[in-house]
Design a protein around this ligand. Structure first.
Ligand SMILES: [Zn+2]
Length: 302
């Protein structure tokens, strides 16, 4: 029966752990290290150079690869290069260049966020990881308790405050995302920030005191005005924009009339599984994966 976790199709091109931005997709290439473990060699290594939500790549390369070796002067990072691990056995450092920095001839940027799918999923995944780590580094310079400068806890991304003694660890925010089904119909919503005609799944941040299932029930109730039952987990995905983990569920309709909240959600409708509308987030998102896996593969995205 379509729509049950027990009947997940066996021929999916993307299995949950190998969704873009999850570690599995780069396991054969990347070994994570903290910056405390900077190799002492002179090996120049690879670069993940980000400009906004795009990765800098060489135009004339026959395949998409990370930059390696000395950077051209005009790609001078605006942030201190940060060692994040080994890429194909060589040091991998990441840094950002200014949003308005002009790229030298022979280089271009390819987005790792959004519907543009030109960047290889492997490189999108390491770019997302670098973005998430640099976001934490920017947000963890000072102690959120006393305001003093913090130092790194060895062999981790955690920080220690020398002044008040607090330890701080990376902030990764859990969000649920859920496909609600009523027979062959699926509930999709349009966020106020999305263009007309674009719909996706109900999603939201976990609140104080909530289990994941309770969060699913509340978000569906708040965004669409209905009740759900038979909530079951299907997959999760790192979503480094800037630092979420998306936890995917299926749920069945249990009662109520679909009514958008009119603020965060401006439209909410039942769609037949054969006529799904455009969905935001592109093919890299768990929303798309859930729709493709449990929505008869009829969703279109750009
Ligand atoms: Zn402190």
């Amino acid at each position: 029966m379509k729509g049950c976790i027990d009947s997940m199709p066996g021929n999916q091109e993307i299995m949950p752990n190998s969704l873009p931005f999850n570690t599995t997709i780069i396991t054969s290439l990347f070994t994570p290290l903290s910056s405390e473990q900077e190799p002492k060699s002179d090996v120049p290594g690879f670069w993940t150079i980000l400009q906004g939500a795009s990765l800098v790549v060489a135009v004339d390369s026959s395949e998409q690869v990370l930059l390696v070796g000395d950077l051209p002067a005009s790609l001078e990072p605006e942030t201190e290069p940060l060692m994040i691990g080994l890429w194909q056995g060589k040091p991998l450092r990441c840094a950002r260049i200014a949003l308005d920095a002009a790229l030298p001839e022979g280089y271009e940027t390819l987005p790792f966020q959004g519907p543009d799918m030109r960047l290889d999923n492997t490189l999108a995944t390491i770019a997302g990881r670098a973005a998430q780590i640099m976001h934490w580094e920017r947000r963890s310079r000072h102690c959120s308790h006393c305001g003093s400068m913090m130092s790194r806890i060895p062999a981790s991304w955690g920080k220690h405050c020398q002044s008040c003694g607090d330890d701080h660890f990376p902030h990764i925010h859990p969000c649920i995302i859920v496909l609600v089904r009523r027979g062959e119909d699926m509930l999709l919503i349009r966020n106020a920030a999305w263009n007309p005609g674009r719909f996706s799944l109900v999603a939201g941040f976990v609140d104080f005191g909530e289990s994941l299932e309770e969060c699913v029930q509340r978000e569906v109730r708040e965004e669409a005005g209905i009740e759900v039952t038979n909530i079951r987990y299907v997959a999760s995905q790192c979503w480094p924009f800037p630092s979420q983990v998306m936890i995917g569920f299926l749920a069945d309709y249990a009662g109520g009339e679909v009514t958008p909240d009119g603020v965060e959600v401006v439209e909410a409708h039942w769609f037949h599984e054969g006529v799904l509308p455009l969905s935001p987030g592109g093919k890299r998102s768990i929303a798309r994966w859930i729709l493709d896996t449990f929505g008869k593969n009829q969703a279109t995205s750009t």
